[in-house]
Structures are given as C-alpha cells and as structure tokens.
Design a protein around this ligand. Structure first.
Ligand code: F6P
Length: 544
C-alpha cells in the first residue's frame, strides 16, 4: 500500500473511532446503573450467587497471590458488582482462599480496591467430584449443549448436587440476615438454590440466569430428575436466558413435563399459585473498559513483544481463545485451517494462528481428550505447513486474565469462534471491543448466542469443514474497506449494548415484573418488611 493510501486509511479509521466514541448510541454507563439501583432498590441488599468465584487466592512459594478468574460470567459480573456493591456467594476454590477470609468466610473484592464482599463456601473433594464434575458437568452440561457427548446420570451425583445447592441457599440466607434482598443466581450449577431460599424466605426476590443453552423437550426428557430441576428453577421469580430460542425451549420443556400454565404470549409460567417470568437478556462485556485497555500504550508495547517473541512479523495472524472444552469446536477449527492451507497455498508461510486454550475440568476424561486432540492438531499443522520465523500454530495453554488477552485480540487479523453450541460466547464480543482500529475479522459459529446479534460476522458452521475453510480465506482476503465497514458495524453492536445494559434489563425486569405478578394472598409478614432499614448502598463512587 502506498504512503498516501495508508494515511487515508488511518484517517478513515480514526474518524470512525471518534464517531463511535462521541456519537455512538446512548448506552448504560456504570454510574447510570448505580443511579438506577439507588432509585429502585433503595432497601434491598444485592446478593449474586455462582459456583465459580471472581477472585481466587493461591499459594506461590511463600506468598499468596490473587487470581482474577477469566471465565466470561465472572469477569462480566465482577464489573457489575464493582459498580453496585453487595455480596457475592461462591465456592472458594483457591488453595489459599481459607487463609485470607475473615471469621465469616468473607473477603473484600477486588482485593486491591475493595468494592464488594465475597462470601466463600467450602466444598470437600467429594462434593466437588459429585456436584461439580458429576451432576453439573457430566450430566447437565452435555445434556444442554447437545454435542453428542452422552450425559451421565448417577444418583449419588444428583444427591450431592441437591445438598450443595441447599448449602449455597443457606449461605445466601446468612448473608441476607433478616433484611429484604434481591438474589441473583448464576448458571446450571445452582438450579435448585431458589427453591431452598424461597422455602425459608418466600418474600425475597430471586432470579436466576442460565448461561448455557436450553435444549428442546425431546432432549431434556432423558434426565431422571427433570421434574425436580424444573421445579427448582420455577421457584425463581425470573429465569433468564441469553436468547429467545432457549427461553422458548425452556417453556416447552415445562409444558411437557409439569402440570403448569405456560403463557407463550408473555413468556411466563404459572404453577401452584406462583408466577415465574422466563425472559431472554443477551449478556455483553464492559466494552468501554476493554476499548480503553486496547488503546493503552502498554498494550501496544506488549503486542510488539508478542510479535517478536512468536516470530509473527510480516504475517497475518489468526486467534482462538477458549476453554479446552469439547463444545468449543477447537479440533474442527484446526481441521478447517488445514483445509484452507490446502485450498489456498498462498497462505502457507504467510498466516500463523495463536490458540489460547484455557485448561478446564481436566478431571473429566472428555476434557483430557480435547486437550490431547488440540495438541495433536497443532503438531500436525506445524509439520505440514512450516514457517521459517516460527511455528504456524502457537498453542498457549494458560489461564490468562482478560487484560492479558487484549494485546492478542488487538493484533489478530482474524478471530475465530467455532462453538458447536454456546449460550452466548463473550470472546466474540471482547475481540470486537478490543479492536478500535477495525483491523480484523470475526469468523463466528451460527450456533452461538452471539451470532444472533453479530450478523455481519463471517458466519460459518464448524460442522462444515469446507465452508469454514472458505470463510477463513474470505475474511483474510476481503477488501480492506469492506472488511473495516463490517468491523465498524459489529463493534457498534457491542458498544451499543454492554454489560451494564444487560444488568439493568435484568434488574428492571425483576422489579417491574414483581409489580405485575398477581399475588393470591397478601405476602406473609416477614422480618424483612417489619421496620427493616434500607440496606442497599452502592460503593462510594469517589473511590473509583
Ligand atoms: O459457559 C458456562 C460457564 O459457566 C461460563 O459462564 C463460564 O465462563 C464457564 O462456564 C466456566 O466454567 P467453569 O467455572 O467450570 O470453569
């Protein structure tokens, strides 16, 4: 490209960027969310509940080190909790977690700049093996993702799951004490928690978010404890899914499994005098924070270091960031890359691929198999298509903080998300937020929730090797202006709806639907409503 063309293109990128910043559509800011909560939840404590904790403490030599867990859910909710304050109840999984908690098993988070309280709950090895690796990840996970890994159902796993859910509920109730509260439960690990909470405190507002897909009733009906799981979930006032299709599958499943009135007009279930609203809310990322990190000089420096270290000068770069999970379609993506090199040999030596693979659930055989297959694929491609400056595939098996991912996102000419099935997939959104120069391309599986919003991506099925290989080639060789225009549109979608919009929608729905839900009897007097003092307060904004 001539100097003139390069200057023109840089100016056009700068113009789009400044337009996205200044004239972009209004979105919820962190402080607007705080204002909203002050106005609408003045008297309620916010309690978030999840299996995975946002921060873990681990021993490193004779020191204790803090890790910010990189999972999409925890990163996204950490931003919200930092804004709103409250309590987060989660499993304490770090080997130094017990060493840093107070007498009530609480630790302030984030540890270097406390904004909320993390209440840790302890599990034995057996609990973990049965509740987490067993029922949650060997039964519900494959059942809901429908990727031809057979779910395994064991009574002992189910009993442990029920027991651990009961313990999560007890920890929540201890944190709430006798005050009013809004409880927000996360994901498939905790399908029964609302039931145990409501048994003791029916006055509390309880919502849960199911972050993975919900299958159709035909698939779900094989679960031996399907009634109990559904009843547990219907104890919530609101159940959220990322996309409408999963909410509809859930309603169909309830209709086929339980005696209940399913309202497909309003997306609600009435059962035993209780209404549960079932609604879609697409989660997103803290796009502004990621964009700011991407623009930082430090990120540029790290990017240059990585290029040099991995021998990537002068070649196009592809990127995949995933937990090493069989639902993510990582072998499928390598197969398609191999096919692209075969069909378009001009990319040999001129294209390198970085796969960041976060080790995950390694105690399960299926996950160890994925790890082995991914390593083999990296070797195969490196043997078949060598490069002089370094390997063609760099497999980085590490649990990187999302801040460490930003330089990788920024330098990638192509980011690929090839999930066989995924509730949302936040990698796609993080990549877009971290690409302010619009120099990149997103190749996205149609089987992600994200594909419903990110329609201008190169959509290609991981089950179609030829189609995926063609999408890689098309994305890499697209006309630069046309590609930038697509990136600008995609990025705007992410900037338009961030994690604070998601949280505001969820909270607003809980509050609003509570007003609309008919009650059969006056609410039972509870200690919470008898002269309870307002307990909700956001952390002091001036400390930010
Ligand atoms: O995709 C579901 C999910 O719970 C995510 O929300 C989260 O990022 C991921 O799984 C983490 O899984 P785990 O806690 O088992 O590492």
């Amino acid at each position: 490209m001539s100097i003139r063309a390069r200057t023109r293109s840089a100016l056009s990128r700068a113009a789009i960027r400044s337009q996205q910043r200044s004239e972009g559509p209004p979105r919820t800011t962190r402080s607007e969310l705080v204002e909203w909560a002050r106005a609408h939840l003045p008297d309620r404590k916010l309690v978030v509940v999840s299996n995975r904790e946002p921060y873990s403490h681990v021993h490193q030599g004779d020191r204790i080190h803090t890790i910010r867990n990189a999972g999409g859910l925890t990163v996204a909710l950490d931003a919200v909790m930092q804004a709103l304050g409250g309590v987060w109840v989660a499993h304490g999984s770090g080997d130094a977690d017990r060493a840093v908690v107070d007498a009530h098993d609480r630790v302030a988070c984030p540890p270097d700049r406390p904004r909320y309280s993390l209440r840790r709950l302890w599990l034995t090895h057996e609990d973990h093996a049965r509740y987490y690796s067993g029922f949650a990840n060997s039964a519900l996970w494959p059942l809901c993702h429908v990727v031809y890994v057979r779910p395994r159902f064991h009574l002992a796993d189910w009993e442990s799951y029920r027991e651990v859910n009961r313990r999560f509920a007890s920890a929540v109730l201890e944190e709430v004490e006798d005050r009013p509260a809004l409880i927000f439960i996360q994901d498939y690990h905790l399908a029964l928690a609302a039931r145990f909470i409501k048994e003791r405190r029916p006055d509390l507002q309880v919502a849960m978010f199911w972050h993975i897909p919900w299958p159709n009733p035909e698939v779900f009906r094989v679960l031996p404890w399907k009634e109990e799981v559904l009843e547990g979930m219907l104890a919530n006032d609101v159940v959220g899914f990322h996309i409408r299709r999963h909410a509809m599958n859930f309603l169909d499943t309830v209709a086929e499994t339980l005696e209940a009135r399913v309202d497909l007009e309003r997306f609600a279930v009435d059962r035993a005098g209780k209404r549960t609203w079932v609604q879609p809310f697409a989660i997103s990322v803290d796009a502004e924070e990621i964009a700011a990190l991407a623009e930082a000089a430090e990120t540029r420096r790290t990017e240059a270091d990585i290029r040099e270290r991995l021998g990537l000068e002068g070649c196009k770069i592809g990127l995949g960031v995933d937990r090493l999970d069989y639902t993510k379609g990582i072998p499928e993506r390598f197969e398609a890359l191999e096919r692209m090199f075969e069909k378009h040999p001009e990319w040999q030596g001129r294209f390198a691929f970085i796969q960041i693979g976060v080790p995950s659930r390694i105690e399960l055989r299926e996950y160890r198999n994925v790890q082995v297959r991914v390593r083999r694929w990296a070797e195969t491609i490196n043997d078949r298509f060598p490069r002089t400056a370094g390997p063609t595939v760099h497999l980085i098996e590490a649990n990187l903080d999302f801040r460490e991912l930003v330089p990788y996102y920024r330098m990638a000419d192509l980011c690929t998300v090839t999930s066989l099935h995924d509730g949302m997939n936040l990698v796609a959104k993080e990549y877009l937020a971290a690409s302010p120069d619009l120099e990149g391309a997103l190749v996205l599986s149609p089987f992600t929730g994200a594909a419903r919003e990110l329609e201008r991506a190169w959509i290609a099925s991981p089950y179609d090797q030829e189609g995926l290989a063609d999408a890689y080639h098309a994305a890499l060789s697209a006309d630069p202006d046309a590609r930038r225009e697509r990136m600008a549109a995609l990025r705007e979608t992410v900037l338009r709806r961030n994690i604070f919009d998601w949280m505001l929608d969820v909270l607003d729905t809980i509050v609003g639907m509570n007003l609309r839900t008919p009650t059969q009897e006056p609410a039972a007097a509870s200690p919470a409503t008898e002269g309870g003092q307002p307990s909700w307060s956001a952390p002091d904004e001036s400390r930010r």
